[in-house]
Design a protein around this ligand. Structure first.
Ligand SMILES: Cc1cc2nc3c(=O)[nH]c(=O)nc-3n(C[C@H](O)[C@H](O)[C@H](O)COP(=O)(O)OP(=O)(O)OC[C@H]3O[C@@H](n4cnc5c(N)ncnc54)[C@H](O)[C@@H]3O)c2cc1C
Length: 270
């Protein structure tokens, strides 16, 4: 992440600058779930502090829902226009333009615009730092890279909406891979601006399904070859038709099953 220059902990909104440390409600986390509560509480006239360890907007805006769909959309548009016939000849995906468009859609991983459209507009108070519960209706906030913790008090309630993070399962050898380079998590995959020469996807859930579409379709046009290993039967998606309309296979791409068999047998030989 650092190599991409993404700042997860911008300065500003430091807890030491708060005019008051008491709020009706304190929300820990600043993703879509927190934002939903934040807006409704503010509209009902309550004072709200929102404690955010990373970028305001959470994973959805910067590393999950939004960038993944931004990466998929050009392929979908190209496929749709080709299917009409008579509209497009020899059109190709431009991977650097796709990355640029994605960067713009995720606000270049800068949360200023999102803050002014949401937190500022709703009159809530953003506090940057890692939140901890320190007793009944007490929350401490520790700014990134600092030792000191600042205590906030909630008159009514504390909401915990801290989302989730990826885990690394105990796969033998995984500890030898450098995370962010040789080993991608979902953040690395949605924020990447390089096309991997080869990519192995482990897992067969919803996120894996998205990455199956993203890298193996548009990236495949630019990469020397991609591959796909699944440790479980293909996930049966119940997702919007607009996504399902995307083509499943790249012309030169072997089927998942062929790849799976190939790689499983090479693993069993090893
Ligand atoms: C690739 C991908 C694609 C996805 N696409 C979709 C989609 O199209 N549609 C959809 O509905 N969902 C999608 N999801 C799921 C969606 O991203 C999550 O469901 C959603 O982000 C969860 O929101 P949240 O508010 O619970 O948590 P998050 O978005 O994870 O936000 C939680 C925030 O809390 C912060 N935080 C954590 N601990 C603390 C702490 N102690 N103090 C302060 N802050 C803290 C985190 O830094 C984070 O910013 C996708 C997920 C992935 C990985």
């Amino acid at each position: 992440m650092a190599s991409r220059g993404i700042t997860l902990h911008p300065s500003g909104h430091h807890p030491s600058t708060l005019p008051t440390k008491t709020f009706d409600v304190i929300i820990i986390g600043a993703g879509p779930v927190a934002n939903f509560a934040e807006e409704r509480l503010a509209r009902s006239g309550l004072s709200v502090a929102i404690v955010s360890a990373e970028l305001y907007g959470g994973d959805c805006h910067y590393f999950a829902c939004v960038p993944s769909k931004a990466l998929l959309r050009p392929l979908e548009a190209l496929t749709a226009s080709k299917s009409i016939g008579g509209t497009v000849t020899n059109a190709q995906l431009d991977i650097s333009a796709i990355f640029k468009r994605r960067d713009k859609i995720v606000s270049e991983w800068n949360d200023n615009e999102v803050i002014s459209a949401q937190s500022d507009a709703w009159g809530t108070t953003l506090v940057r730092g890692f939140g901890r519960i320190n007793g009944a209706k007490k929350v401490t906030v520790q700014p990134h890279g600092e030792e000191e913790r600042y205590e906030l008090t909630a008159k009514h309630a504390v909401i915990v909406s801290t989302g989730s993070t990826h885990i690394l399962p105990p796969i033998p050898g995984i500890e030898n891979l450098e995370e962010g380079k040789e080993l991608w998590n979902n953040r690395d995959a949605t924020a990447s601006n390089v096309v991997p020469k080869q990519l192995i996807i482990l897992g067969a859930g919803a996120v894996s399904f998205l990455f199956d579409l993203i890298p193996l379709e548009p990236y495949a046009a630019f990469a020397n070859g991609t591959c796909d290993i699944r440790s479980a039967p293909r996930w049966q998606p119940s997702i919007p038709v607009s996504v399902l309309k995307l083509p499943w296979s790249h012309p030169q791409r072997p089927s998942s099953r062929e790849l799976s068999q190939k790689h499983q047998s090479s693993y069993s030989r090893a």
